[in-house]
Design a protein around this ligand. Structure first.
Ligand SMILES: [Zn+2]
Length: 492
């Protein structure tokens, strides 16, 4: 506790010294700052009051529960009251000294400016340099015939410096310095690609970092994981003497490289006409060789299985096919990111494809013409006495009782002539068997055939139901010859 107090007091003392120092500079002209500081001190004072209030209430609550904790809180509060004055003073010194330091810094911070690494002078503000750059570039271009464009972003760097008595360049000094700069020959490094100098940089390191920057564009993850990483062209960085203005910044050199080169060549067509072909080619190409993993789709296969369980012409999908997936690890050679060669090393199936299976029926279709013999259309209970006069009217067929959904088969081969609603018969199917013979199936719950369809004896055509005038699920079955109904039991 005592140690901390001593430290705080020391800090306040330093603050006070700074305030004294700042006072000399601030003088009376900074009355505004003082007013601001006083306001902050008032704020700090009210904060202490709020803390007092909170502590009062906390200690009341704690007293009530008779906890030992009370004493510590109370002591803290007492010392807060005791040191309140000191805290207030401390806040004042702290704030005022902070303002003074900020003022000092803003007043004495200047900027050393450099052109591509060469320090040229000190200015009060960065704009003193930036605003004359265009003019300087123009004058240099006129005077030396050099195509000079000084770029504020990439050619000029600023470094904040504290300076009191050092010489500060005014904008016209800056302009003069830039204009004379064209004369200065300096040692630099030419950046050669296949023997052609494409730029000049300040140091070998900058040249190497340009190469590295270009390589890094095509490296994914760790460069050490590749079998080979390199530049296809021959790059050489060697010392040259050039005018200062010819030095490129790293960004400027990268820009030159990124613009690419125009490759010109002549071709002769079959008629002997010569044409000049111009194509844009990259100045540097990065080659990488390394293992990569690709996820690929495995297309499913389709298999057709013949089955004599189904009739000829019947075809259906038994198993739907689905694509699989595999991970292929390959050694891949890329040039500027584009795959040039790929040698697959191994692959692992992640998801097995599912073969599509089509079942194709081979069983010979039974004839769809009447045979002259009839079968019972439903496996169910035949009401043998149902044909004939009943309740004062003619019942023209027999009723076969079966539960709803039981298949109804064609009694003989033939052509469907009715398939749908037919008054009291409900959902009804009529089949023409030729030779005047016709069968009828009434009260169906659903119908599986349509008008015009050829059916064979025993083919499922409908399902038992209770549609139309019906009191329960059954099939009403009729056999007619030239429209006249006969007792079907006589034909079965
Ligand atoms: Zn009936």
């Amino acid at each position: 506790m005592a140690k901390r107090q001593a430290l705080i007091e020391k800090l306040w003392l330093i603050g006070a010294i700074l305030v004294d120092l700042a006072d000399d500079i601030l003088d009376e002209t900074f009355e505004i700052l003082k007013v601001g500081a006083e306001w902050l001190v008032d704020l700090a004072g009210s904060l202490v009051t709020v803390v007092d209030w909170i502590l009062d209430h906390i200690s009341w609550g704690i007293t009530y529960f008779g906890l030992l904790f009370l004493r510590r809180v109370h002591n803290t509060r007492m010392s807060l009251i005791k040191y309140r004055r000191q805290i207030q003073n401390g806040a004042f010194y702290f704030i005022v000294s902070g303002l003074a330091i900020a003022f000092l810094f803003s007043h004495y911070i200047n900027y050393a400016y450099s052109y591509n690494g060469r320090t040229m002078g000190i200015v009060r503000e960065q704009k003193d340099v930036l605003e004359v750059l265009d003019l300087a570039s123009e004058e240099l271009t006129q005077e030396y015939g050099l195509k000079v464009a000084i770029d504020g972003d990439s050619d000029i760097t600023f470094k904040p410096v504290l300076s009191f008595k050092k010489e500060i360049d005014k904008p016209d000094n800056v302009l003069k310095k830039f204009t004379y700069m064209g004369d200065i020959q300096t040692k630099a490094y030419g950046f050669y690609v296949n023997g052609i100098r494409i730029g000049t940089v300040q140091s070998e390191e900058i040249g190497n970092s340009v190469v590295q920057t270009i390589i890094n564009r095509y490296i994914k993850g760790n460069a050490g994981d590749y079998d080979y990483v390199g530049i296809n062209e021959k790059v050489r960085i060697s010392e040259v003497d050039v005018p200062l203005t010819q030095i490129n910044s790293k960004d400027a050199l990268l820009k030159i490289i990124d613009q690419g080169a125009i490759n010109e060549y002549r071709t002769t067509d079959e008629n002997g006409n010569e044409t000049v072909v111009k194509e844009e080619v990259p100045i540097l190409t990065v080659k990488t060789v390394g293992e990569e993993t690709f996820t690929e789709t495995i297309k499913y296969e389709t298999k057709t299985v013949e089955s004599d369980s189904y009739y000829e012409g019947d075809e259906f999908v038994q198993t739907a096919g689905s694509d699989g997936k595999r991970a292929v690890t390959a050694r891949v050679t890329r040039v500027n990111g584009e795959i040039v060669t790929r040698e697959d090393l191994r692959n692992e199936v992640i998801i097995q494809p599912v073969t599509k299976v089509i079942i194709k029926g081979t069983k010979e279709r039974p004839p769809t013409v009447g045979s002259g013999t009839f079968i019972l259309p439903v496996n169910g209970g035949v009401d043998t006495s149902s044909f004939g006069w009943r309740w004062g009217r003619m019942h023209e067929g027999i009723d076969i009782g079966a539960s709803t959904g039981t298949p109804i088969m064609a009694s003989d081969g033939g052509t469907v002539i009715t398939a749908g609603w037919n008054g009291g018969y409900g959902l009804c199917v009529d089949i023409d068997h030729g030779g005047g013979y016709m069968t009828r199936y009434g009260h169906c719950s659903s119908i599986y055939v349509s008008v015009g369809e050829q059916v064979f004896q025993g083919q499922t055509i409908a399902a038992v139901g209770s549609t139309g005038w019906s009191t329960g699920p059954h099939c009403h079955f009729e056999i007619r010859i030239d429209g006249v109904a006969y007792n079907p039991l006589d034909f079965l």
